[in-house]
Every structure is written in C-alpha cells, then in structure tokens.
Design a protein around this ligand. Structure first.
Ligand code: SAM
Length: 271
C-alpha cells in the first residue's frame, strides 16, 4: 500500500494540475483528519434526512457497494439502517480512517482498496446498488477515466441495480460564478469551502479550517447534463436527477445534484 505524503503539493503552477491520479496525494493525513470536521456527521445526517435509505429501499436494494467511502459516513449510515455494505476507496488513508470511525460506532467495515477505473479487478461480487457520494466522481479529470469508472460501476451491479452518484452544481458555478452555499451539505462548523478558481476543465476548491489551516482539491467541473449523458452512454436506462434531495428545483439553486441511474431495461412505450 502507498501512503499519502505529509503535505499537499501542487508545484509551481497549481492550476495546471488536472490529473486523475492526483487524488491519491490530495488526501494527506492532516486533511483526512480534518475531513470529519468538515463533514460534521450529525449535521450532515440531518441535512440528508432519509433520502438515500428511502431511494435504496424504493429500488429494493439490500446489498450496497460504497465506492467512495472516504471517512465512512454513508457506509456507517447504511449499516445502521440494516443494509449489507461493502466499502471501497482508492485511498488506503481514507479506508483506515473509515474503519476506525465505524468501529467507534459499533460497526466493522468490510473494506476493499480499489480504484474505480479497474474496480472489478478488486471487487468480485454483484450489488443491488453502487453509491458514489460526496462529490467524488469530480476527481476524474479525463473523459476516458469517467467512462471507464461508470462502466466498472455498471458491471458490478445486478441486472436491475442502481447507481446513486452526486456532484456539486458546477453549472451554477461555471455560468453565474456564484459561490454555492456549502452549508447545506457539508455542515461542519468553522469550515469554509469555496471555489478559488474555475474554468471549463478545472474547479480548484479551497477548504479553510477554523485553526487557519488551508487545503485544496483540484476537480473537474461536471455539468449536470454531461454526467447524465455519460451515464446513459454506458448503458444506464433511466437517470433521475434530484436537486438538494428534491425532485423539483430551479436549475441554479441547488448546491448538489444527486443522480439515480437505473440499469434495469425499460422498453419503449408501445404507440
Ligand atoms: C470527496 S471524498 C468523499 C468521501 C465520502 N463519500 C463522503 O461523502 O464523505 C472523495 C473520495 O473519493 C476517493 N477517490 C477519488 N478518486 C478515486 C478513484 N479514481 N478511485 C477510487 N477512489 C477515488 C478519494 O480517495 C476520497 O476518499
């Protein structure tokens, strides 16, 4: 296993760093520790309500693969709700943290260290649902990687499985240059998350903590329609997109979009 370096390093020209593999170095130990501060679990659980549990149940899902486990928030919420959960992530640092977080709450995580681009090399099972949450898919900087990751998620789903994938509302950021109200989703106190720089292929976010420490993430700004199209192109039959957990919304208002992509074949309506 490779462990992340002690400090973030974007070199002389941080805006030129647009590399899918960079995520392994971005989540340095101190940032991972602070991540739990950033995503205050209780506040986040309140903001999300039962959206994910309800959606999974509506689709009859019991066995769930969390491909972007991070520090374990959703894996633990779903274990608590009685789902059978496997927790994957490409960062061993994150998985170690998630394992400890779960243990503190009385759960043992079943973890798999796996990169999404070759997920099925390390995951040898089929699931009712794959979840990729917390604006994680945005870490893939190349279209080739995005297509491959979606194809790998698709392959690990049963014939009628669903993928739940969320993303920031980058359309709002790209089109109107407004700063999303991060408080809705990431509810940590004394933490600010804001886009420091944005263009068509880079959203560089700054995370500033109450102790003065600052970290960055360089991400790809996914437009909502683009993500939906990619999902359909890899074979998902229907994609339903919610805005901040609601079915109806004004395009630029939500902070986050949540896509629910169904694999089950849906025949055309007979005319
Ligand atoms: C923003 S964190 C989100 C964590 C968690 N889902 C949450 O909502 O709190 C993104 C996670 O995606 C993982 N990740 C990013 N790119 C990845 C890749 N190509 N393969 C596997 N994991 C990846 C990172 O290691 C990190 O743990």
């Amino acid at each position: 296993m490779t462990y992340s370096p002690a400090q973030q390093d974007y070199g002389q020209d941080p805006l030129s760093v647009r590399d899918t593999d960079k995520y392994k170095e971005e989540y340095v130990h101190s940032f991972v520790e602070k991540w739990d501060e950033l995503i205050d679990w209780e506040g986040r659980a309140q903001a999300e309500g039962d959206f994910f549990i309800r959606t999974l149940k509506e689709h009859g899902a019991e066995k769930v693969l969390d491909v972007a486990t991070g520090t374990g928030f959703h894996s633990v919420q779903l274990l608590k709700a009685g789902f059978e959960v496997t927790s994957a992530d490409g960062s061993p640092e994150m998985l170690a943290r998630a394992f400890n977080n779960a243990r503190k709450r009385g759960h043992i995580l079943r973890t798999i260290h796996a990169d999404w681009r070759w997920l099925n090399r390390d995951v040898h099972d089929l699931y009712d649902a794959v979840i990729c949450l917390g604006n994680s898919f945005t870490h893939l900087h190349d279209e080739k990687d995005r297509r491959k990751a979606l194809a790998e998620y698709y392959a690990t789903l049963r014939h009628d499985g669903i993928l739940i994938l969320d993303q920031r509302n980058y359309d709002a950021i790209l089109d109107k240059q407004i700063e999303p109200t991060h408080n809705y989703y990431y509810c940590g106190e004394d933490v600010s998350a804001s886009p420091e720089y944005v263009d068509d292929s880079l959203a560089r976010f700054r995370y500033r903590f109450s102790d003065g420490s600052t970290y960055h993430l360089n991400m790809f700004p996914l437009r909502k329609n683009y993500t939906q199209r990619l999902m359909q192109e890899v074979g998902f039959q229907r994609v339903t997109t919610y805005g901040d957990f609601k079915e109806t919304y004004r395009e630029h208002e939500p902070d986050f979009f949540i896509h629910v992509a169904e694999k089950r074949y849906i025949p055309e309506d007979p005319q």
